[in-house]
Design a protein around this ligand. Structure first.
Ligand code: SF4
Length: 192
């Protein structure tokens, strides 16, 4: 293959991939299915965002599912206690690819008003790959909607060439922490 033919082949391949990406990402970002799952007071704002006044169905997000098997967005809405963190990570692991995590509120982002207390995790991003952070205590529904728009923009910028869920060598299952007598530890780390 000459250099000109090689360049022409690359251009043809890129046109095909970018066209597929555009259609594929449009479909995915237009129908994100969040898991119907709340942890604390922030969950009430999430519920409010789903109701008629804010109506996140306008963003294609109305299909809240009661099972992780049918959801592709985990909204961590509220305080993540050390007792609850293993369940949150397990739910994430049970979601099919591609999947996303949105940390809603100061507690989910950093522990919020309970930071460094004996029973609360200082941010779910210690255990999960968070894609979008929505700050506030609690964030208003408009802030959550803005978080959804950021998630949509992120999905639109992805390509099937580099998406981790198409790469066998990328490990996407997160280790489930274990709650022991001295707090949470990851498997293999042993208790402090
Ligand atoms: S961030 Fe504020 S409103 Fe949200 S769960 Fe924590 S304390 Fe409650």
């Amino acid at each position: 293959m000459t250099e000109e033919e090689h360049i022409a082949e690359q251009i043809r391949r890129n046109i095909i991939i970018t066209t597929i990406d555009k259609i594929y990402n449009w479909g995915r970002r237009s129908s994100v299915w969040p898991m119907g799952f709340g942890l604390a007071c922030c969950a009430f704002e999430m519920i409010c965002a789903a109701a008629s006044r804010f109506d996140f169905a306008r963003f294609g997000m109305e299909m809240m599912r009661p099972t992780p098997r049918q959801a592709d967005l985990l909204i961590v809405s509220g305080t993540v206690t050390k007792k609850m963190a293993p369940q949150v990570v397990r739910l994430y692991d049970q979601m099919p690819e591609p999947k996303y995590v949105l940390a809603m509120g100061a507690c989910a982002i950093s522990g919020g008003p309970f930071k460094d207390t004996y029973n609360v995790v200082n941010g779910i991003d210690t255990y999960l790959p968070v894609d979008v952070y929505v700050p506030g205590c609690p964030p208003r529904p408009e802030a959550l909607l803005e978080g959804f728009i950021k998630l949509h923009q992120m999905i639109e910028g992805q390509t099937i060439l580099t998406s981790p869920w198409y790469r066998k060598e990328v490990e996407r299952e997160m280790p489930v922490p274990i709650l022991g007598p001295r707090g949470l530890v990851l498997p293999g780390e042993g208790h402090e």
